[in-house]
Design a binder for this molecule. Sequence first.
Ligand code: PLP
Length: 471
Amino acid sequence: MKYVSTRGQIEPVEFQDAVLMGLADDGGLIVPESIPDVSDRLVAWSSLSYSDLAFEVLRLFIGDIPDADLKSLIAKTYGPAFDPAPAQTVKVGPIYILELWHGPTLAFKDIALQLLGNLFEYILSRTKGRLNILGATSGDTGSAAIAGCRGRAGIDIFIMHPAGRVSPIQQRQMTTVPDENVHNIAVAGNFDDCQRIMKTLAADLVFKRKYSLGAVNSVNWARVLAQIVYYFKAVFDVRDQTGAERVRVEIPTGNFGDILAGWYARQMGLPISKLILATNENDILTRFFSTGEYSTGRLIQTLSPSMDIQVASNFERYLYYRLDCNASRLRALMDGFARTGSLRVEADSVAANTAATAPMSVDPAILAGVGTQDDVLATIRKYHEQYDYLLDPHTAVGVAVAERLEVEDVDPLICLSTAHPAKFPEAIKKATGQDLAHHPAIDALANLPTRCVELPNDIEAVRKFIVKTIS
Ligand SMILES: *Cc1c(COP(=O)(O)O)cnc(C)c1O
């Protein structure tokens, strides 16, 4: 499998180069040249273990790592670090919760970032190279990326977070890691500022090459790829339990990374009848799927900080497919978006795809809705009282939206649970009136020393810090 850029201006590359490149050198996102159809393998795959399934999915997209090496990379990734397994489906009341937070930092991002850390180490050990990871986080990416890269030979990792805008626990998860190759940066700005700094430095090709800059954000194709696997696992598990042909999957969304993996799984032939996209009040994606217009609004801080995002960096991949992989049309749209903060998918292609059923969506495969903070609190309370199950606030955004959109649909519903509630104890307290959300790994962080530098919201300040730190 070769990889190209959504903007069409790089030579096709193999998987390992795609992983190292992160953001494509032409400023676009890296996508596989084609999407394999696995419809005829679903029966054979449905009884595989998580690791065996990961191997089958990943090898379709990885042409330059021998099977034996890929197998051992996967075994190393999805072993004891995930307790008891990367993806667990549990029935809670009327829905199936897909728990994706059994990894080291208790968020679903571990599933992709533990693999990415192992991939980086594997690639660098063969090329004798070095890599300087630059990442931006609204909370969970940072700790999961740090957990994936800490202590690894050949790697330094720089993670920017918006100062004072990640939860105290998320901050401690990042800044208490003692390894010397880990560098936390608190930027005086919001998450989009951090993301802009990262994108600007990654787009400076001279700088990127000179300092071997790599990416762990969900712009990195390997992250999307790793996440495709658990859609297969969950759909197989629920079909097994229910005998249903097709299932619906709801995904709480920020950067459009997780849901994009579900979209790829569906394109590959996995029988997902609907993808339900859930945002919090930062609703750029919900507005897009209702109207066809993608336009930034004002950033609002909510109880689900990892979804407090106005520009969804992975959306460009989806848009590329919507434009029939026409890179020059995509470039024109993205250029316009960079200038005006708004873009529109043409009315005719919207109209042609509009489903007859309510609610309206510009894509018949994707329904979208907003879960407000009131919805989140009510949903956490309800699931605690009725089912004795604690939802974290991100998961609750999704469950609230899915319950509201459940318009006489018979297909079983899987709701992705993206974090352990102990990461967000304030929201749980607010919803239930009790201090219920704990986990020994989180409680243990309280008294550890922290390390972090504070920098202004300024590209040059971050650039200087990186250069000074690694030289
Ligand atoms: C990152 C994150 C999300 C959003 O995932 P995207 O891939 O950015 O859409 C949702 N919930 C939690 C807990 C997260 O950390």
